[in-house]
Design a protein around this ligand. Structure first.
Ligand SMILES: C[S@@+](CC[C@H](N)C(=O)[O-])C[C@H]1O[C@@H](n2cnc3c(N)ncnc32)[C@H](O)[C@@H]1O
Length: 255
């Protein structure tokens, strides 16, 4: 969401966004101290100095005739750090970001937590820049980007997924739920402003929720485990009891 698609007064919206951005930068300042990330961020900001990612995204959506769609938003580092800590990300993990924007999240997570990251994004310009900067600043294979539609992805090998659903319509969020239902059992999906566990209670179990700070204010962050609901110890005992009946009968019938 931004001052353009929130239908806010332009000047007020711009000022509010600026103040929030400055505040978030101050809060997130301690997260940027890495040569690689500073290199990436300086180049990214220089690239988008005259034409912001919000404007690029707006133009992309307008060209596709999606005039009402809200396209872009960024997860502040302080919020991303809260996600990474709750997921206990480490160098042995691989994380998929659905709708990776300009690639900053993937870069930062790989740099700070050592995990491999893959971002899929539909806007070619974002992907081109992300790929170029990742090649220049990260070890090979650590950060990758694909340009394309996230709904065509094979999800079967991912264990950690991050998706910001703030700018998505209800039907799009439902599609995200269908897509993530293809993850293996035990995988974890972090969503912003969307509850997959409510949409598909048989496939997603809510593990935790926490507030995440964004440029537009606080948003609901949810960590969802993929898989059927866990049975309570009583239910498990009941089932074991049920199973023991035929076993006993069979045993009893044996000579
Ligand atoms: C709200 S932005 C989030 C950017 C980034 N994930 C972050 O949190 O900073 C959502 C991004 O998802 C992209 N996106 C939306 N639908 C998509 C789709 N079907 N396939 C790939 N990317 C998509 C948009 O172009 C946009 O860059």
């Amino acid at each position: 969401m931004n001052w353009k698609n929130a239908r806010e007064n332009r000047l007020w919206g711009w000022f509010r966004a600026l103040v929030t951005e400055v505040m978030l930068s101050v809060v997130g300042f301690r997260y940027i101290f890495s040569f690689r990330f500073i290199y990436f961020e300086l180049h990214r900001r220089a690239f988008f100095f005259l034409c912001s990612p919000w404007a690029v995204s707006r133009r992309f959506l307008d060209q596709r005739g999606e005039f009402d769609a809200q396209g872009y938003g960024e997860t502040p580092l302080v919020t991303l750090n809260a996600v990474a800590r709750r997921l206990k990300l480490s160098s042995s993990d691989a994380l998929l970001e659905l709708g990776s924007g300009t690639g900053r999240n993937c870069m930062w997570l790989s740099d700070r937590y050592g995990c491999r990251t893959l971002g899929i994004e539909q806007i070619p310009l974002f992907v081109q820049l992300g790929k170029k900067l990742a090649r220049q600043s990260m070890p090979p294979g650590k950060v990758s980007f694909i340009c394309g539609d996230m709904f065509g992805l094979d999800m079967s090998r991912w264990q950690r997924v991050y998706v910001d659903c703030t700018a998505m319509s209800e039907s799009c969020i439902r599609q995200v739920a269908m897509l993530c239902a293809g993850l293996p059992n035990g995988a974890k999906v972090v969503t912003v402003n969307a509850s997959l566990a409510q949409l598909m209670p048989e496939r997603f179990q809510l593990e935790s929720t926490f507030p995440g700070l964004f440029i537009w204010g606080w948003s609901d962050m949810r960590i969802q485990r993929v898989g059927p609901p866990e049975e309570s110890p009583e239910e498990q005992q009941d089932q074991q009891g049920d199973r023991s009946i035929p076993l006993t009968v069979t045993e009893a019938q044996e000579p």
